[in-house]
Ligand binder design. Structure first.
Ligand code: CUK
Ligand code: CUA
Length: 867
């Protein structure tokens, strides 16, 4: 107990010392030294400065990256390229409790295909919701290529809220793309297959296998896909690939390219040439151009649709008859298709062709209006003449894949997979402007809000498939490499590499961080996945265990640092449901929860309710505990699940007798505990005084911390009452325990209170001059801090106010540092030497350093009240 108090009070003191400004770098040739030691060029240092965020500084953009085969989404900041979060989407993720608590299991269950659990995904294309073709920061969607599904993530809490399964596709790739007001989502198939769920021989490929584009209806207000209002456009069994929605002038139209217009079906095992040869034989494949707006209207009439697996499909002939579906030849096996910010140009990348093809939307419209067709495909779909639809083509290099736009008119950036380059060119004048090498084999590239009508320029991220030699070797499976490129100048400049250790992240979308407004806590009692108040919501004092036959329901609360209840006893075979409400209001005060051996886990953020459910089929004793290090008493945040076999008799083993304390001893312990509490409270009051004097309420973040600290502090009177009641009953043992609980609340109060104080000091301390900052470095590195601690007497005197202690103080101190011996006979110094039993050593400081240290001491004095 006493030790605890000491620990606490020294925590209070030392933590304030940490605030004596951070160590400043620079000056005195420090930069040169580092550059030499690390072999950095000046360009390297500039690049580092362009991406470096000092502690506490946030990024300008957030990037949402598909997590590839991990089935997740990664969030990182630009330009720092610091990873901020993995969002669990299609794959169970234990940290977030995703797939381990009941709320998230319901979301994952929406992704079952024909009753089958699918617990992984191959995420490819994330998309941010748009208003008027500009990113609005509300919703994020992402597709699963392997199991045709789309998930919706709410950007108010970065959690997955919905998964929908495509009812007719067996695979997909060209999703997910929002239309300009997020009313629809485009999802194109990839590998053609029968729409129904029956077997159809491959010989019937042309007749029974189909490609398509599903238009998912989206409610941008509530952020949910409305499956009933969605429909699919039937397309030939060409392998549809990437897609994009028209915008502005081309709003209402969609564009999807394809490969395998040959409709080749392979058969290496029967002596046929492989797919890769047969599917790339023709010189051209088809860009599909469709008027989804018109088709959506048509689909409302049951006469115009076939219902397959309960889902509306608009057959090709209906689309053709209504002038809503066209094909335009494009160089064989292309890849990306990207509509420019104005909606007039559609740029298709060649992949197997070295060109990019720039189609003009107005030319396409003229051809359609004049019914100027070059022919029809075997399914009767009109084909527009490629040359007449093209604005032009430009040779870019080997393996062009994807495009991104910048705010400069006509400027576009294209990835070259085979050449491992990003090429900057102008799609209007058709001129190449610049190239930069990347490492290696780039797939997608991501500009800042680049696929919207409001691209921001500044950076391009190259998403490289291979990293080969770029990072430390971690075995044959290498990380991928995202490289940040500065595009603000005439020449592109590669700034930094970022290894991605989680799947092959195909695509990234970005948004200005200022457009996002995520919450820090939930309304008390929220089921975060449904955003409704949970049936399990439990407030303090409502904790209980309810039984009905074999069903046991536990209504529990979590708050620093206990789980209520702390004992749950059930019979073997009972169905146990534990609802947990996190009662915290503080920011970043999450509690985790698990029951050992029962494969359940929940992450319970402030205000949230999470539920774990299991059959207690193992007899025994199972600790449960909080899995987030939430406070100094985190390890104590635990309880026991006791599972008894109702058919067994258990004998008590109570034999050991604890030595009992005498009444006098108990009395003494009680008095000691109360005294420690009193002393601790004095420390807390000193912090409170400091906070008040320095107007903590003026700083929102500090204010929130103080509110939280007072929350903890406010729980003390109740414990005090219980303690006093115990004393009245003469139960000193119990009273000591309640006094102990009071101390725990004090520790929690102090924990947060000190954090508030530290922060406040940063807000109110005067800024250090560069000299003072260098002086602090010299003070610490030169050895002064070995004996002197600012604000505290330690092995040497406290130096706060030292300059005022002597006449002509600055000179006196400077002389003393430079030549201590000379002053050993000075009466003041002599007294100090006697007291501390130590002599000030000569640290061989340079004049410059001494000068800076004096500046530092002046700064200390000007903030003396803060130490
Ligand atoms: S695809 Cu991966 S590099 Cu799935 Cu967008 Cu082009
Ligand atoms: Cu709550 Cu650890």
């Amino acid at each position: 107990m006493e030790r605890g108090f000491k620990l606490l009070s020294s925590l209070v003191l030392s933590s304030t010392l940490l605030t004596t400004a951070s160590i400043a770098a620079g000056g005195d040739g420090a930069l040169d030294k580092v550059m030499k030691a690390r072999g950095l060029s000046e360009a390297d240092v500039v690049r580092a400065a362009k991406t470096y965020n000092p502690t506490g500084v946030h990024d300008k953009y957030l990037a949402f990256s598909s997590g590839g085969q991990s089935g997740q989404v990664l969030v990182y900041g630009v330009p720092s390229m610091r990873l901020l979060k993995y969002i669990a989407v299609f794959t169970p993720e234990p940290w977030q409790g995703y797939g381990f608590d009941e709320e998230s299991k319901k979301v994952l269950d929406q992704g079952k295909i024909r009753g089958k659990d699918i617990t992984w995904g191959d995420t490819h294309h994330p998309a941010l919701s748009e208003t008027d073709a500009k990113a609005d920061g509300k919703w994020l969607i992402i597709n699963d290529k392997a199991n045709p599904r789309i998930a919706v993530i709410d950007l108010s809490d970065f959690e997955t809220k919905q998964i929908v399964v495509n009812p007719v596709f067996k695979s997909e790739h060209g999703g997910s793309f929002f239309t300009q007001d997020s009313e629809w989502i485009i999802e194109a198939a990839q590998y053609a297959a029968p729409f129904d769920n029956n077997y159809h021989p491959i010989e019937d490929y042309k007749e029974s296998y189909r490609g398509g584009v599903t238009m998912w209806k989206f409610d941008p207000k509530h952020g949910r896909i409305q499956e009933k209002d969605s429909y699919t456009i039937e397309l030939p069994p060409y392998m549809q690939d990437l897609s994009d929605a028209g915008k502005k002038v081309s709003h209402g139209w969609g564009f999807t390219n394809s490969f395998n217009s040959e409709m080749y079906t392979g058969g290496i095992e029967v002596g046929m040439p492989p797919n890769e040869a047969g599917m790339s034989r023709n010189d051209t494949d088809y860009l599909h151009v469709y008027n989804w707006k018109k088709l959506a209207e048509l689909a409302k009439d049951p006469k115009n649709v076939k219902v397959i697996n309960g889902h509306r499909v608009v057959p090709m002939d209906i689309a053709v008859k209504n002038d809503a579906l066209f094909l335009i030849p494009e160089p064989k096996s292309p890849h990306g298709v990207d509509v420019d910010p104005t909606g007039e140009y559609i740029v298709v990348c060649g992949k197997l062709d070295t060109h990019a093809s720039v189609y003009s939307f107005s030319k396409i419209q003229t051809l359609i209006k004049n019914k100027d067709y070059a022919g029809t495909d075997p399914y009767g779909i009109p084909i527009l003449d490629m040359k007449k639809a093209l604005h032009g083509q430009l040779e870019l290099g080997l393996g062009p894949l994807h495009n991104q736009y910048s705010p400069i008119d006509g400027e576009i950036y294209t990835s070259l997979y085979v050449d491992s380059q990003v090429v900057k060119w102008n799609f209007k004048t058709l001129k190449v402007l610049d190239r930069v090498n990347v490492h290696y084999n780039i797939g997608h590239l991501a500009g800042m809000e680049s696929n919207t009508a409001d691209p921001q320029g500044e950076y391009i991220i190259a998403l490289n498939k291979l990293s080969i030699d770029r990072f430390n070797n971690v075995g044959p499976l290498h990380p991928q490499n995202h490289q940040l490129i500065d595009i603000s100048g005439n020449k592109m400049d590669l700034l930094v590499d970022m290894p991605i250790p989680l799947g092959e992240p195909h695509d990234v979308v970005t948004i200005r961080a200022s457009k996002l407004h995520p919450k820090v806590r939930y309304e008390m009692g929220t089921n975060s996945r449904t955003e409704q108040i949970s049936e399990g919501k439990t407030l303090a004092g409502q904790e209980r265990i309810e039984r009905k036959g074999n069903d046991v329901k536990v209504y529990a609360t979590l708050v620093r640092s206990h789980i209520n209840p702390e004992r749950i006893t059930v019979n073997k075979g009972d169905n146990v449901t534990i609802y947990m409400t996190n009662l915290e209001r503080a920011e970043d005060e999450t509690h985790g929860f698990t029951v050992d051996n029962y494969n359940v886990h929940a992450s319970v953020e402030p205000g949230k309710v999470a539920t774990v459910k299991f059959k207690a089929d193992l007899e025994g004793v199972f600790p449960y505990y909080c899995t987030e290090f939430c406070s100094a008493l985190h390890l104590e945040m635990m309880g026991y699940l006791m599972v008894k076999d109702p058919n067994k008799k258990y004998e008590s083993a109570q034999k050991l007798k604890m030595a009992t304390m005498s009444k006098e001893q108990l009395n003494a312990e009680y008095d000691k505990t109360v005294a420690v509490n009193k002393a601790t409270d004095d420390v807390i009051q000193s912090v409170v005084k400091f906070l008040k004097e320095n107007h903590f309420e003026k700083h929102e973040v500090v204010k929130n911390l103080v509110t939280d600290a007072l929350d903890q502090y406010g729980k003390i009177p109740e414990q005090k009452k219980l303690s006093d009641a115990a004393i009245k009953e003469g139960d000193f043992e119990k009273a000591v325990l309640f006094e102990n609980m009071i101390w725990q609340y004090m520790v929690k109060t102090a924990d947060v209170g000190i954090r508030a104080k530290d922060l406040l000091v940063k807000f109110v301390a005067t800024k250090q001059s560069p000299e003072a900052a260098r002086g602090e470095v010299a003070f610490n590195e030169g050895g002064c801090s070995g004996c002197h601690v600012i604000g505290k007497v330690s092995s040497g005197p406290d130096l706060t106010g030292v300059l005022g202690r002597h006449e002509n103080g600055a000179k006196w101190v400077a002389d003393f540092i430079k030549n201590p011996k000379e002053k050993f006979e000075d009466p003041y110094v002599k007294a100090m030497i006697d007291y501390f039993n130590l002599r000030m050593p000569d640290q061989n400081m340079k004049d410059e350093e001494v000068k800076n240290i004096i500046e530092y001491l002046k700064w200390v004095d000007s903030n003396a009240n803060l130490f």
